[in-house]
Design a protein around this ligand. Structure first.
Ligand code: FES
Length: 155
């Protein structure tokens, strides 16, 4: 039911795609501070090292109202769900369900579904719409550049 894709870091070619969501069954700092005298440079360096932007997929890979999952090999093989709740609006979530860690792997209407125990999450916010999960899906920062979706993941 779920397809997955290999992803790559921003410096590698576009990843192969596969995936989630067509229908109900288908599935789914650098800030440079000039403050070396008080040690903020090292703090900025740490923040930069702690997160990295990965090229995940082409925007056209995600249907409006749909979702797809991608394996980000360069991020310890993390599985990321990319959704497009509205035309041109992309969201990214950790595919692991916050209930018990199973993959959120299907979509129905505006909901992502974990079929392990039936939790529903909002396709736009990742918020829980039905338990047993109690916490929203972990959301990642998304940027779109030249028709590709990039996700920033903290390491
Ligand atoms: S692991 Fe997702 S609902 Fe239980």
């Amino acid at each position: 039911m779920t397809e997955s894709h290999n992803c790559s870091s921003a410096n590698t070619p576009e990843p192969k795609q596969s995936f989630l969501g067509l229908s109900r069954r288908s599935f789914l700092a650098s800030f440079a501070i000039a403050a070396g005298s008080i040690g903020l440079t090292s703090i900025a360096d740490s923040a930069k090292a702690a997160s990295k932007k990965y090229k995940v997929c082409a925007t056209k890979s995600i249907k409006v109202g749909g979702a797809s999952s991608f394996r980000v090999a360069a991020a310890k093989n993390m599985m990321v769900l990319i959704t497009q709740p509205k035309k041109g609006v992309f969201r990214a979530f950790d595919q692991r369900c916050t209930h018990d860690g199973y993959a959120v792997n299907s979509i129905e209407g505006k909901n992502l579904i974990c079929q392990a125990h039936g939790a529903l999450f909002d396709i736009d916010s990742g918020a829980v719409k039905r338990g047993p999960a109690r916490r929203s899906l972990t959301k990642f920062t998304v940027t779109v550049e030249k028709n590709f979706v990039y996700v920033t993941i903290k390491s």
